[in-house]
Design a protein around this ligand. Structure first.
Ligand code: GDP
Ligand code: MG
Length: 177
């Protein structure tokens, strides 16, 4: 997890978007610091966190941006999307509304971001299977139709969080190489 004394070959900006309380900040905490908190306060202050990893013998610094409680429709500014080469579009598998809002987020993303941006759809909180309200198949079908990667994650149990980031970062890496 340490970033010190390392030659950086690439810096990739990746943005997290999706409704409030779907788990964006906890997904980031899990990826950047291997931490999780059940009573995470609305994100304050910090704009992004970084983690450096190695992809095909190159060091890649992932700079992951988290919305600072700007999840209201159209409140995320274009500065947030500027320079982003990857995006994680997050919903909560127990909250159907958060999935129903995904097309809006996608539209907003496509309106602001580079057209070659790599996007992954993420159904978070898959540890709450007994409260599931969004079938995996529905999300998978939507992702295929829109040309997005798709994974279900749990920031709590650390399921697929690493894989989700690696999927996006490796795809970006392959595009620039
Ligand atoms: P954000 O508003 O999208 O940044 O959401 P947060 O990361 O602040 O998370 C909102 C709430 O959901 C917090 O109480 C988290 O602890 C909880 N949460 C986040 N990820 C998960 C998860 O994977 N599983 C469960 N059970 N709870 C989660
Ligand atoms: Mg947050």
């Amino acid at each position: 997890y340490g970033d010190s004394n390392q030659k950086i070959d690439y810096v990739f900006k990746v943005v997290l978007i999706g409704d409030s309380a779907v788990g964006k900040s906890q997904i980031l905490a899990r990826f950047a610091r291997n931490e999780f908190s059940l009573d995470s306060k609305a994100t304050i202050g910090v704009e992004f966190q970084t983690r450096t990893l190695v992809i095909e013998h190159k060091s890649v610094k992932a700079q992951i941006w988290d919305t600072a409680g700007q999840e209201r429709y159209r409140a995320v500014t274009s500065a947030y999307y500027r320079g982003a080469v990857g995006a994680m579009l997050v919903y909560d598998i127990t909250k159907p509304q958060t999935f129903e809002h995904i097309p809006r987020w996608l539209e907003e993303l496509r309106g602001h971001a580079d057209k070659n941006i790599v996007i992954i759809l993420i159904g978070n909180k898959c540890d709450l299977e007994n409260q599931r309200a969004v079938p995996t198949e529905d999300a998978k079908e939507f992702a295929e139709k829109e040309g997005l990667f798709f994974l279900e994650t749990s920031a709590l149990e650390a399921t697929n969080v690493e894989t989700a980031f690696l999927t996006v970062l490796t795809e970006i890496f392959n595009i620039v190489n």
